[in-house]
Write a protein that binds this ligand. Structure first.
Ligand code: NAP
Length: 262
């Protein structure tokens, strides 16, 4: 019997990158998985690509009506919900001075409200089966770089939100944790590499490699490596783990930029 046999899971942002890898792994381990994404064609294509009975549903995670309907449909179709993974997210660049009010609102709406809403509508069902929530946050919840003011604010808030859910829901046996990746080779990272390699001469792959070298393990992560941490926290083997923020960062958070001379 597979580890997650009989479990029902929803993965937001599951049409791409980390969410897609997580959906694939949960399905491989026996869960009945729905992914949700913004674009119908992309979401259905991703579900078909993963196979294993994974279904694709279109929903904007920041729209309360759509999220409520999505959760109702899953619960009606599958008889409940055991696992929620929130991986939908966006990145916008700018310091506090450069970030427009519209960009700030968009990042907080998708990354933070777009996590709060699925959690809110999943919890009544998770409570009935001692289910679990895994929120995809970032090392940017702890440390930061230049020009990601809104994004880093959203990720710091997600870690705080996850702790709040963990404490409120512990009485029902529901667990809530975050994974906090460093750089991961996904469409989001590739988009950033294309944007910032323009004119630099380094090229997209050169920049991804350079970002990789800033991690002590010397490379960026594969989405599948983050998915392993997500699937572990989602399942019963992590039954006594709640309220934690797990770095999946190749040692990034363990390091300071100080070295003895060679
Ligand atoms: P990705 O490949 O861009 O995947 C993000 C997914 O979220 C996309 O499928 C996107 O759909 C979807 N999405 C965006 N807005 C949405 C909305 N309003 N409603 C529903 N779905 C929405 O990026 P990723 O790298 O896998 O990122 C996944 C999560 O990991 C994000 O929270 C990100 O912040 C976090 N993370 C990523 C890295 C990294 O280096 N890649 C590092 C740390 C944390 P569309 O493509 O249709 O917009």
């Amino acid at each position: 019997m597979a580890e997650l046999d009989g479990k029902v899971a929803l993965v937001t942002g599951g049409a791409s990158g980390i969410g897609k890898a997580a959906a694939r792994l949960l399905a491989e381990r026996g869960a009945r998985v729905t992914i949700c994404g913004l674009d119908r064609a992309d979401t259905e294509e991703a579900a078909a690509d993963i196979g294993q009975g994974v279904r694709g549903q279109v929903a904007d995670v920041s729209d309360e009506t759509q999220v409520e309907a999505l959760l109702a449909e899953i619960v009606e179709g599958d008889g409940g919900l055991d696992i929620l993974v929130t991986a939908a997210g966006i990145q916008r660049y700018g310091s506090a001075v450069d970030t427009t009010g519209a960009d700030w609102d968009e990042v907080l709406r998708v990354n933070l409200k777009g996590t709060f809403l699925p959690v809110k509508y999943a919890l009544p069902h998770l409570r009935t089966c001692r289910g679990s929530v895994v929120i995809v946050s970032s090392v940017q919840a702890f440390v930061t770089q230049t020009s990601v003011a809104a994004y880093t604010a959203s990720k710091g808030a997600l870690n705080a939100f996850a702790r709040s859910v963990a404490i409120d829901e512990a009485q029902y046996g529901v667990r809530a944790n975050t994974v906090c990746p460093g750089s991961v080779d996904t469409p989001m990272l590739r988009m950033a590499a294309r944007r910032f390699s323009d004119g630099s001469g380094a090229g997209e792959q050169g920049l991804v490699d350079a970002w990789g070298r800033t991690h002590p393990l010397g490379r960026v992560a594969r989405a599948e490596e983050v998915a392993e941490a997500i699937a572990f926290l989602a399942g019963d083997r992590a039954g006594f783990i709640t309220g934690v923020s797990l770095p999946v960062d190749g040692g990034l958070l363990a390091a300071v930029a100080v070295a003895l001379p060679e």
